[in-house]
Design a protein around this ligand. Structure first.
Ligand SMILES: Nc1ncnc2c1ncn2[C@@H]1O[C@H](COP(=O)(O)OP(=O)(O)OP(=O)(O)O)[C@@H](O)[C@H]1O
Ligand SMILES: [Mg+2]
Length: 374
C-alpha cells in the first residue's frame, strides 16, 4: 500500500518505464554570434530503446543539435537529460554516448581492432577485457576476425561498420549517428539502413539519427523530428509525418507532393482555379491557401469512360502534358486548367497507359488533400 502511494508521488519523468522519455531535450538552443539561432528552443523526448530521426534540409541545425547532445558544443540555453541524469554541462567523455559521423573518421595508421579499442583505452579498460569487447563489437557489426586489417583494406560500408563498432564498444546509453550513410553508394546505403536498424533493435539502444534523406527517416525510425530553420516543425511517427503533416514545409519536404495555390471559400471548402473542393481546412474559413496532394493518391481515368463524378471524391478534368517512365512507376503531368498535377501510376498495376495530349479525369479523396493557410 505504502509502496503504491510512493510510486504515485514519483514524477512520471523520473520513472523511465514504457514510453516515457529516456533522452529528454528541453528548450535546447544554440545561438551563434549576437542573434543567429542555429537551434531554437527544441523540445524532444525519445523513449528508451527507440530510434529518433532528425530530418531536415542542409543548415537547419541537425548537426548542431547532435553535437550539443554529445557535449562537443556548449548549449546556449536548455537542458538535456539521459534517464533522468542532467548531462547539460558534463564533458563529452562523462556522458556515456557513442558517436558515428558521416566520414567515419577512423585512424588510418591503426588496425581495425586498435580503432575499435580506442574508446576503451581512454576509459582505462584492461587489455584482456578490451580484446574481448573489441571482438564482441566486431561481431555485432558482422565483421568478426577483421581486427588486424587496416581501414584502407576495407570497403566504405565495412569502414562505416567499424565506426559503429567503435561507438558501441563502450556500451553507451545513447547512440548518435550523423548522416552515417551519406558517403555510401545507393545499394550499400539500402543494406546499411537495414543493418543499422537491426543492430539498434537487437541492442535496444536509444539512438538519434541525423539525415536529410526522407526515405532514411521514414524507413528506419520510430520517431521523426522534422527540423526547419533551427526549429522543430513536427515530431511524430513516420506515418504521422507523411500522412498528417502539420504545416506546408513538412508536407513539401517529406515525400513528393503537388502544391496548388487556392483560396478558402468557407469551412472545409477550397477553390482551386474554377473548381471548389471539399477538404479539411483546419478550421479556417477564408483566405489564401496552399493545397498539397501526393502524386500516387490521384487516380486517373480516360475522360471518355467517365461522365458522372462521385460525390465522395474530388475530381478535375485535365490533359496529359508529359509522360515520364521511371521504371516502377510512370509519372504523368496533367494540366487541370492552369495548374499542373503530377501523378504516378504503378507500372505493374497500370490498366491503362496514357498518351501525351490525352484527356483524363483526375480524382482524389478529400482527406488526401492537405490544406494550409498561407
Ligand atoms: N561555428 C559556427 N558559427 C556560426 N554559424 C554556424 C557554426 N556552425 C554552424 N553554423 C550555422 O548553423 C546552421 C546549422 O548548422 P548545422 O551544421 O547544424 O546544419 P545541418 O542541419 O547539420 O546541415 P547539413 O545537412 O548541411 O549537415 C547553419 O546555418 C550553419 O551555417
Ligand atoms: Mg550536418
Amino acid at each position: 500500500m505504502q509502496t503504491q502511494e510512493l510510486r504515485q508521488e514519483t514524477p512520471a519523468a523520473e520513472t523511465n518505464t514504457g514510453d516515457q522519455a529516456f533522452l529528454k531535450l528541453k528548450g535546447i538552443t544554440k545561438r551563434y554570434g549576437a542573434d543567429y539561432m542555429a537551434v531554437d528552443d527544441l523540445d524532444i523526448d525519445v523513449p528508451k530503446g527507440k530510434l529518433l530521426g532528425l530530418l531536415g534540409p542542409s543548415g537547419c541545425g541537425k548537426t548542431t543539435t547532435l553535437r550539443m547532445i554529445a557535449g562537443l558544443l556548449d548549449i546556449t540555453r536548455g537542458k538535456i537529460t539521459i534517464d533522468g541524469d542532467d548531462i547539460s554541462h558534463k564533458p563529452p567523455h562523462k556522458r556515456d554516448i557513442g558517436l558515428v559521423f558521416q566520414n567515419y573518421a577512423l585512424f588510418p595508421h591503426m588496425t581495425v581492432a586498435q580503432n575499435v579499442a580506442f574508446g576503451l583505452e581512454m576509459r582505462g579498460v584492461g587489455r584482456t577485457e578490451a580484446r574481448d569487447r573489441v571482438e564482441e563489437a566486431l561481431e555485432m557489426v558482422r565483421l568478426p576476425g577483421y581486427g588486424e586489417r587496416k581501414p584502407k583494406e576495407m570497403s566504405g560500408g565495412q569502414q562505416q561498420r567499424v565506426a559503429l563498432a567503435r561507438a558501441l564498444v563502450i556500451r553507451p546509453r545513447l547512440l548518435l549517428l550523423d548522416e552515417p550513410l551519406s558517403n555510401l553508394d545507393a545499394k550499400l546505403r539500402d543494406d546499411m539502413r537495414i543493418e543499422i536498424r537491426e543492430i539498434q533493435q537487437r541492442l535496444q539502444i536509444t539512438t538519434v539519427f541525423v539525415t536529410h534523406d526522407q526515405v532514411e527517416a521514414l524507413t528506419m525510425c520510430d520517431l521523426v523530428g522534422v527540423m526547419h530553420r533551427g526549429k522543430l516543425a513536427q515530431l511524430g511517427t513516420p506515418e504521422d509525418i507523411y500522412e498528417r503533416p502539420e504545416d506546408l514545409f513538412v508536407a513539401d519536404f517529406v515525400g513528393r507532393t503537388n502544391i496548388l495555390d487556392g483560396e478558402i471559400e468557407a469551412l472545409d471548402r477550397v477553390r482551386i482555379g474554377a473548381s471548389v473542393y471539399p477538404c479539411n481546412t483546419r478550421g479556417l474559413t477564408a483566405g489564401k491557401a496552399k493545397a498539397a496532394i501526393r502524386p500516387h493518391r490521384i487516380s486517373l481515368t480516360p475522360s471518355r469512360d467517365r461522365s458522372l463524378v462521385s460525390m465522395a471524391t474530388n475530381a478535375a478534368h485535365g490533359k496529359v502534358t508529359r509522360v515520364t517512365y521511371i521504371g516502377d512507376v510512370v509519372q504523368y503531368d496533367i494540366d487541370i486548367g492552369g495548374n499542373t498535377l503530377t501523378t504516378e501510376v504503378h507500372t505493374a498495376s497500370a490498366g491503362h497507359s496514357f498518351q501525351s495530349g490525352e484527356k483524363l479525369l483526375c480524382e482524389w479523396k478529400p482527406q488526401d488533400m492537405q490544406v494550409f493557410g498561407s
